[in-house]
Write a protein that binds this ligand. Sequence first.
Ligand SMILES: *Cc1c(COP(=O)(O)O)cnc(C)c1O
Length: 475
Amino acid sequence: MSVSRKITEAREGVDALAEYRKLPAIDTLLHEPAIALLSAQYGAAQTTESLRTLLAQARQAIATGQPAPLRPQWAGLLMEALAQANLPSLRALINATGVIIHTNLGRAPLSQAASAAVAMIAGSYSNLEYDLTAGIRGSRHQHTSSLLRELTNAEDALAVNNNAAALYLVLATLCAGREVLISRGQLVEIGGGFRIPDVLRQSGARLVEVGATNRTHPRDFSEAITPNTAAIMRVHSSNFRQIGFVAMPELSELAKIVQTTNAQNGTAVQLIDDLGSGTLLDTSLYQLAPEPMVQQSVTAGADIITFSGDKLLGGPQAGLILGRRRLIEQVRQHPMARALRVDKMTLAALDTTLRSYQRGTATQEIPVWQMISATPDALEARIQGWITTLHTFGIEGQVWPGESAIGGGSLPGETLPTRLLAIASAQPNIDAARLRAQAQPVVCRIQQNHLIFDARTVLAGEDGALLDAIKAIFS
Ligand SMILES: *Cc1c(COP(=O)(O)O)cnc(C)c1O
């Protein structure tokens, strides 16, 4: 050990002893009126525990040469610590990343009407499985199937926990112990290690890969069909895009193969379409590539269609299974349908979301579609307002052009031109972390030593909270 280090330690040692002595006993603190009030609010056990932690932290701070907290500071320190410890684990936050369907940030935010419906149903009894007219047991499936039928022209529909569950249940019901043909180009991993071939194997179905990675032709399917084939399955490529020398049969071509085969051989091969996101609205109206629409799959002749509730549909987490009445009935009867069923809050949100489509007001009411349809001009005007407010607090921001992403495994590589609020930062990683530590956390991006906030994904009504968070860390 160097001489200078020894001297420093010795000097600190003298100071430290005096500081250690200033640390009050827990009992003494508990008798302070402000702390007694906190103890009444949060409970004695938690308060004592927090004081113990704070005292340990104070001892550590003293060991590094800092002074002990002053006596009047303890109540404030304790209040902060207790508030922090009592934050819920799952919290609302502001998504300024510009990724509209951000799986890590909870995918689609619900419409106001859908959120209100969830709150209403969550806090009371409901006719979840009760027929109000007859006064007898009903089915929870009645709450979504008729609306989904009406919106898509499918014969029947069923909602389960999520699209992964939907796929599993469909394959387990219709394909267990038999073959399912999928193009090599569609054996995708969606994210979080979720791979279509793994789900398929778990369901008890046998995967038969057809075609090449880049090119699959209709005859690849027709030649692979055997008496043991249960289904041909199309899987949306989700989060990647193939370009160059590529080919994939249209869904209608696959439907024709299935029909011809079944007619010739008296078999019952099914055409299953995993749309991934799926959409009821036409994305090409918003300068985006056309994302396959649910209605188109029904028209093209898919026997079973599955998609997510919380991607482009803009509703709650759910897996929607649409298709032929007889097949949906079989899926509903599978023992695992019970294990994968949706709860009343999901059904409330789903029903309310679907009604926005029924009324033709989805783009005005459903956040995902409000965000997709927001124009760069409107976003720029909003950011100019933010900049004016921030300026009065001595914070300077600029408008930058940028790109928002759709996310959620829909429209891979497609972006929407957007406008960003850019604020220069000497320590962007630290400032971004402080934004995430706010009571209502803000998640933003970092670019060229600037914090970047994409106005597109900041929900209407969050402007004030966003500006408060920025003010808190920059002024
Ligand atoms: C997202 C996705 C899934 C999984 O859907 P979850 O609702 O997340 O379970 C399955 N298949 C495809 C093609 C997807 O894009």
